[in-house]
Design a protein around this ligand. Structure first.
Ligand SMILES: *Cc1c(COP(=O)(O)O)cnc(C)c1O
Length: 404
């Protein structure tokens, strides 16, 4: 991780299993419609898993493209030596278009202002810019409205003829693909077909057409076109509990968030615990202090509810989660008595050793698992392991496995 604050992997650590990530890429590729490739979405530091090691592992396992939100995320990957095609889609006026052109990024364009900035940058750089036109087929977020599509397509085609841009892609994004059978999904697909057809009739010959995110990649083969853009599934997390658990799709969670118990102490019955005394010990008991808090991304909203595997059992957070720490009530059983300072506490992981999952924390915090992993903070070191592929890959601290 970046940053100058020294971190201790003993206090808390996010183990990132790159072997699991490679396995997830293979499992996803096996589900794709014929002819479709995989874009590994590594925005927001690969959903908290570390952009560079995850990008390298995904490419190793057969991802053809990388995707980021901001140009800065994409440029950082280029600076680190990644040559694969990278699409970045969240641009703001004044952003580094010229650097994007020079780095050979694929730059998403949703509006005329963006087309003007990118053509200007291409002229300055003396190079053809690679752009992908994004349509809003119904999400109601980024993308060009269908009514504005003819103007954007005509201007982009004119810029192609002038040699300033090459339209490498036509694309869109789903609103409700994680809700199976939601009528908006079929409606968006229909609009996408129309808008792609319109652009192609206008003379645009895209290398890739794409609309599918993780839920669509997992459940909707007719949406795969030339490429699917998978984020959350790559990290081994189901896009929603409704769709199933990761194992249903051959996926395995990549991140394990663990800490070492910092203090164990005996307290009497009726002792208030943490700010606001929202928990009171029902009897004499043993408390364990876990040195991770909301500054590390443990959601305060899960106070009193978040699950932690410690001392052989899953315990609930006792009282409020503070900035740097929280408490669990270990009780008085023999398992609890065996817990000492330094004992492992696992907040979430793949779930096969009795530990909770990121999905369990999402439920406890009334959010989605995407937010749980993505918000794990920079004070938590990422420790790269290759558990799933084990001896085959070896351990690569910078994410480069030994094999393949
Ligand atoms: C984040 C994002 C994705 C990936 O979504 P997942 O549900 O994590 O697969 C794909 N496309 C766009 C435009 C995104 O913003």
């Amino acid at each position: 991780m970046t940053g100058t604050v020294p971190t201790s992997p003993l206090r808390g650590r996010a183990e990132i299993d790159l072997g699991a990530l490679r396995g997830n890429v293979r499992a996803l590729r096996a589900r794709l419609a014929p002819g479709a490739g995989l874009m590994a979405v590594v925005k927001s530091d690969a959903y908290g898993h570390g952009a560079l090691p995850c990008a390298r592992a995904a490419l190793d396992a057969g991802a053809a493209w990388l995707g980021t939100a901001t140009p800065h995320e994409a440029l950082a990957l280029r600076d680190a030596g990644i040559r694969a095609p990278i699409l970045c889609w969240l641009w703001t006026p004044g952003d580094p278009w010229r650097e994007g052109v020079e780095a050979g990024l694929d730059m998403s364009v949703s509006a005329m202002w963006a087309l003007r900035e990118v053509t200007e940058a291409a002229r300055e750089a003396g190079r053809t810019a690679r752009i992908q036109l994004k349509a809003d087929t119904g999400l109601g977020r980024n993308g060009c409205q269908p009514a504005d599509w003819p103007e954007l397509v005509a201007a982009a085609r004119a810029a192609e003829v002038a040699g300033t841009v090459r339209v490498t892609g036509l694309w869109s994004h789903f609103a409700c693909a994680d809700e199976p059978g939601h009528p908006s999904t079929a409606a968006q697909l229909e609009v996408f077909h129309e808008l792609v057809g319109y652009a192609e009739k206008a003379g645009i010959e895209p290398e890739v057409r794409h609309i599918a995110n993780s839920p669509a990649a997992l459940t909707l083969p007719e949406s795969h076109f030339d490429l699917v853009r998978t984020g959350i599934a790559l990290y081994g997390i189901s896009p929603s509990p409704e769709l199933g658990v990761p194992a249903d799709f051959g996926l395995r969670p990549v991140m394990t968030l663990a800490a070492s118990v910092a203090l164990v102490k005996r307290v009497p019955e009726g002792h208030g615990v943490s700010y606001g005394h929202r928990y009171r010990t029902p009897a004499e008991t043993t408390l364990g202090l876990i040195p991770l808090g909301y500054a590390d991304g443990v959601p305060r909203h899960a106070s009193g509810r978040g699950p932690v595997l410690v001392g052989g059992a899953v315990r609930r957070v006792a009282g409020r989660i503070a900035m740097d720490q929280f408490v669990v009530d270990l009780g008085t059983g023999p398992d609890a008595d065996a817990v000492q300072e330094g004992a492992p506490a696992v907040l979430f992981g793949p779930g096969d050793n009795g530990e909770p999952t990121a999905a369990d924390w999402a439920e406890a915090a009334d959010t989605i698992a995407y937010e749980i992993v993505t918000r794990i903070g920079p004070r938590v070191p990422r420790v790269y392991v290759d558990a799933a592929d084990g001896h085959e890959e070896g351990v690569g601290g910078d994410g480069r496995g030994a094999g393949r």
